[in-house]
Design a protein around this ligand. Structure first.
Ligand code: SF4
Ligand code: SF4
Length: 346
C-alpha cells in the first residue's frame, strides 16, 4: 500500500467519509476569489480580505508545502429539510448548527491524522491544520482533491454523498499521489438559483454574500438592512435552501455520530422559546455549539426579524420585552418586528 493510500485509509478510520489530495499550486479559481472580494461580494467579512494574498498562495504561509490533504465529515441527519418545515411560528437553524461545534471535532481528527503522517514518515513532516478558515479556498482545494465539484450554489457537491459535509485540510510538505478534480455535474439545473429567497446567487457559481441569509444572520454583526429582512423569513441562524433543493442531496448520506445529532430545542425551534432566552440560557444551551458565533444580541436580532416576518400577534408580548433590551441592536429589530406585525394585522 502506498503512503497516500495508507493516509486515506487512516483518515477513514478517524471518521472522515471523504478524503482526497490536491497539489499545491496556482489554480484559476484563486483569481476568481480575489475578484469576488474586490467586487465587494464578501460584505463585512474583512478577515477574508486580510488574508487574501496568503489564501492565493499557500506557499506564503507554508513555503515547503507540496500537497493539501482535504477531508470531509458528513453532518446530515434524518431530520426533515427546511423547505418541508413551513410553520412560521418556528425558526430555522441551519443543519450544521444543531450539534457540537464542528471546528473542535474536525480539528482533533486532523491533528490525529498529522500524528499518523509523522509516525509514517518522520518528525520532519509538516502538517498544518485548517478547519473552515475561508469559504472559497477550502472549496477550491476540495475540488482539486476530487472531493466534489463547485456547484452553482457555491457548495462542494459529491456525486454519491451530496453536499452536507464539513471540510478540513492538512497542508504538508509530503509529495503524495494527487486526485483528479471532480467534473461539474450541475448541467442545465438551476434549482438553487431559482429557490434562493434573497436572490443571493447572482448567476451560476457567483454568490453575493451581502444578500445571503447565512451572511446576514451569522457574519453580519450590526443591523440587518431593512430591504433584506423580509427575505429572511423564519431563518434565525444560516440557511439551507440552496442545498435542500439540490437534486444531488436527495439521497445524501447521513451521519450516525451523536455529536452531530440535534440538541434539544435547536431543530426548528419555537420562536417564543428562543426569544425568551436570557444570556445565561444562551451560554448554557449553546456551549460548544457553532451558533454562539452570532453572540446573544445577533441571535435575538434574528429571532425578532423572524417573528416580524411571521405576522403573528402571538409574538407581540415577547417582542415588547425584547424592545426593552439594553442592547440597541435587539431593541431596534424588535420595534421593527412589532410595527411589521401591527401593519400586517391592520
Ligand atoms: S444559503 Fe440561502 S440565502 Fe444563501 S444563497 Fe443559499 S438559498 Fe440563498
Ligand atoms: S441545485 Fe442544481 S444547479 Fe444548484 S448546485 Fe444543485 S445541481 Fe447544481
Amino acid at each position: 500500500m502506498s503512503l497516500t493510500q495508507a493516509i486515506k485509509q487512516q483518515a477513514q478510520k478517524l471518521g472522515f467519509e471523504l478524503v482526497g489530495v490536491a497539489p499545491v499550486g496556482p489554480v484559476p479559481e484563486l483569481n476568481f476569489y480575489k475578484k469576488w472580494i474586490e467586487d465587494g461580494h464578501a460584505g463585512e467579512m474583512t478577515y477574508l480580505q486580510r488574508n487574501a494574498e496568503k489564501k492565493l498562495d499557500i506557499k506564503l504561509v507554508v513555503p515547503e508545502a507540496k500537497s493539501v490533504l482535504v477531508c470531509g465529515k458528513i453532518y446530515h441527519t434524518d431530520k426533515p429539510l427546511s423547505v418541508a418545515c413551513g410553520d412560521v411560528t418556528r425558526g430555522w437553524i441551519s443543519r450544521y448548527g444543531w450539534g457540537d461545534d464542528y471546528h473542535d471535532i474536525l480539528t482533533k481528527k486532523l491533528f490525529d491524522l498529522v500524528d499518523f503522517l509523522k509516525s509514517e514518515t518522520g518528525e520532519q513532516t509538516l502538517g498544518r491544520v485548517y478547519t473552515d478558515t475561508g469559504p472559497i479556498i477550502d472549496r477550491v482545494y476540495a475540488k482539486y482533491a476530487g472531493i466534489g465539484w463547485y456547484g452553482k450554489n457555491t457548495c462542494i457537491i459529491n456525486q454519491e454523498k451530496g453536499s452536507w459535509f464539513f471540510l478540513g485540510e492538512i497542508i504538508t510538505n509530503l509529495e503524495l499521489e494527487y486526485d483528479e478534480p471532480a467534473p461539474d455535474r450541475c448541467g442545465s439545473c438551476q434549482r438553487c438559483i431559482d429557490a434562493c429567497p434573497t436572490d443571493a446567487l447572482l448567476e451560476p457559481y457567483l454568490l453575493d454574500a451581502r444578500r445571503c441569509i447565512s451572511y446576514l444572520t451569522i457574519e453580519l454583526k450590526g443591523a440587518i438592512p431593512e430591504s433584506m429582512r423580509d427575505g429572511i423569513g423564519n431563518h434565525i441562524y444560516g440557511c439551507d435552501i440552496c442545498q435542500d433543493v439540490c437534486p444531488w442531496n436527495k439521497k445524501a448520506e447521513q451521519t450516525t455520530e451523536a455529536y452531530f445529532m440535534p440538541r434539544q430545542g435547536l431543530f426548528n425551534p419555537d420562536l417564543t422559546e428562543v426569544g425568551s432566552w436570557t444570556m445565561e440560557d444562551f451560554r448554557l444551551y449553546l456551549r460548544r455549539n457553532p451558533i454562539k458565533r452570532t453572540k446573544f444580541r445577533g441571535l435575538m436580532r434574528n429571532v425578532a426579524v423572524a417573528m416580524g416576518n411571521s405576522g403573528k400577534q402571538l409574538f407581540l408580548p415577547v417582542l415588547r420585552q425584547m424592545a426593552k433590551s439594553d442592547e440597541p441592536l435587539i431593541t431596534e429589530h424588535a420595534v421593527w418586528a412589532i410595527n411589521k406585525i401591527e401593519i400586517t394585522n391592520r
